[in-house]
Write a protein that binds this ligand. Structure first.
Ligand code: GLU
Length: 313
């Protein structure tokens, strides 16, 4: 596995809705290592579209935690909460292309048991509101969400970690929301605009976002952005096999920083992911010198009890 060409521009795009947990640290670490091991440029971006759940205090803590880990950045691009006007311009491009339409479906309609779902539980929008007439639209007494129409076409790409991946948006996803009824632009649109405008050449993030990539590639094409190289890194699982989440307070950085040095923490993560042979302490810079995509595990990474033995002390 090799990236080709110019020095990469990578990014870490956390949602400041809580303290980073080990899984977030892992994604940040790999994104940073990929860039720093090839003299690239690293951008930090706060994805705080959901102003109810996010806060400047969490964003401040995140920056502080990243620096504690030794994961620095060259530029911080403006937080998404401040870019509504920019997203509006891109939304208007979609309108000009005649590709967006208002959707009046309620949450309960969308999530009813009769609604179409893929086997993994993904809900597929069947186009309910696509062909409403002006009279039908006018009869609704509420603000609509806005969906973009998707083509019946296969999106194929090679993910650096997961290998070949393909999705037909019309079969596997359906027309998707780009602007919510309350006027807030959604992640898929914001991330595409931000990665595109900042000329991000590689997107390294958790495997849970793999199925979002085709939606973003579709929007990239409509907006005239190049596709970045994608690398969706495995998820970290706790010893009992669960995915870590922000609810796992025992593994968030507030606790980890009291028990471990940054080097010890990076050593545990790098070792569990196959990047180094022994779980010995190592700094971010030292890791960048030995980083190799080929060594990175492609499977979910189950932390072993002994990796977490420090929690008992
Ligand atoms: N903000 C997203 C998250 O924290 C990541 C988005 C991305 O990397 O594309 O899960």
């Amino acid at each position: 596995m090799m990236f080709m060409g110019r020095p990469p521009v990578g990014r870490f795009a956390p949602t400041p809705s809580g303290r980073m947990h080990l899984g977030n640290v892992f994604a940040a670490m790999v994104a940073w290592l990929s860039v720093r091991s090839r003299n690239g440029y690293f951008v930090l971006r706060m994805e705080d579209l959901d102003t109810q759940r996010t806060s400047e205090e969490y964003a401040r803590q995140l920056r502080e935690d990243l620096l504690w880990l030794g994961l620095d950045w060259d530029d911080e691009s403006p937080p998404q909460s401040q870019r509504g006007e920019v997203y509006q311009q891109y939304f208007e491009k979609l309108q000009d292309l005649g590709l967006v339409y208002p959707c009046y479906c309620t949450r309960s309609q969308l999530h009813s048991v009769d609604a179409p779902h893929l086997s993994d539980g993904t809900y597929i929008y069947p186009g309910t509101c696509r062909d409403l007439t002006e009279e039908q639209r006018a009869a609704f007494d509420r603000e609509p969400a806005w969906r973009v129409q998707v083509p019946d076409r296969l999106w194929k790409f090679r993910d650096l970690v997961q290998g070949g991946y393909a999705q037909n948006l019309s079969r596997d996803c359906g027309d998707f929301v780009v602007r919510r009824a309350d006027g807030v632009f959604v992640y898929q649109l914001a991330v595409t605009v931000d990665d595109g405008e900042y000329e991000i050449s590689e997107v390294v993030r958790g495997m849970d976002l793999l199925s979002s990539a085709p939606r973003q590639m579709y929007l990239q094409e409509l907006f005239g952005f190049r596709h970045p190289q994608y690398a969706h890194v495995p998820m970290l699982l706790s010893p009992d096999g669960r995915r870590l989440s922000k609810r796992d307070k025992d593994l968030d950085l507030g606790v980890l920083r009291q028990k471990l040095s940054p080097e010890a923490l990076l050593g545990i993560l790098a070792h569990s992911a196959g990047l180094i042979e022994k779980p010995a302490p190592i700094s971010a810079r030292e890791l960048a010198a030995v980083f190799d995509w080929d060594k990175l595990s492609t499977e979910d990474i189950c932390l072993e009890g002994k990796d977490l033995a420090f929690l008992e002390g």
